[in-house]
Design a protein around this ligand. Structure first.
Ligand code: IMP
Length: 224
């Protein structure tokens, strides 16, 4: 009997997390983080499960996997790697994957600018008539994803599903009023998180674990 799916793993509002000394942290960030909230190994294990859920749901035909840069690149890599592992160890015909990339920007420091800019993309004509899996790092208010989904619609894909490693627990989301992706790894509190490709003004992407940044870090790496 298959186990019931968990929509997203909830990280508590004031998570105890893990002390920085419990895992390995690059020395250049050690003074600027508060705690680890999701260790890299847990991210990877959850990604395997999401890959299996995706294959179970839409795995019997070709898809275009669309990576939302820059923050989504690590999750995209790991998710696709798992989908390929599942494919080569299965006797069934598992999804054939094409990849595309799109670059969006909406944040400065910890704040959304309220405007979502598409600042680079492949020729999106490749998604016409195809099943698309959008892969994103984090969905907060959902505005970025809504804007992107609006753009994608213009190219008339057959179907679009979204996998996001994280969602943020905004009031709107708690009340079911914010866009929520089909596949979510973890639901995190309304705090700024970094690591595993998630950045603060382009810093912390080269940190494996998902962490909370401290006040010293916000000041040190703030944008002018
Ligand atoms: P939304 O439009 O409010 O859903 O914001 C989503 C985008 O904001 C993501 O694609 C990220 O680039 C960025 N973002 C939101 N929260 C965070 C965070 O805690 N850390 C890093 N980036 C974030």
């Amino acid at each position: 009997m298959s186990q019931k799916r968990v929509a997203a793993i909830k990280i508590e509002d004031d998570p105890e997390g893990y002390p920085l000394g419990a895992f390995c942290i690059p020395a250049h960030y050690a003074d600027y983080l508060e705690k680890i909230i999701i260790p890299l190994g847990v991210v990877k294990d959850r990604t395997e499960k999401l890959a299996r859920d995706i294959v179970e749901d839409i795995g019997d035909g070709p898809i275009v996997a669309l990576c939302v840069l820059k923050g989504g690149h690590q999750f995209f890599h790991d998710l696709l790697e798992w989908i390929q592992i599942i494919g080569r160890t299965s006797t069934k015909n598992i999804m054939q994957i094409r990849v595309d990339f799109i670059r969006l920007k909406s944040y400065v420091n910890e704040e959304s600018t309220g405007e979502v800019q598409i600042i680079g993309n492949d020729d999106l004509n490749g998604i016409r008539g195809r099943n698309v899996l959008v892969v994103e790092d984090i969905v907060d208010t959902g505005k970025t994803m809504e804007k992107l989904l609006g753009e994608l619609k213009k190219y008339e894909p057959k179907m679009v599903k979204v996998a996001s490693l994280l969602t943020k627990r905004s009031k709107a989301r708690i009340h079911g009023q914010a866009y929520t992706p089909e596949y979510v790894g973890f639901d995190v509190p309304k705090k700024f998180v970094v690591g595993y490709s998630l950045d603060y003004n382009e810093y912390f992407r080269d940190l494996g674990h998902i962490c909370l940044i401290n006040e010293k870090g916000k000041e040190k790496f703030k944008s002018d």
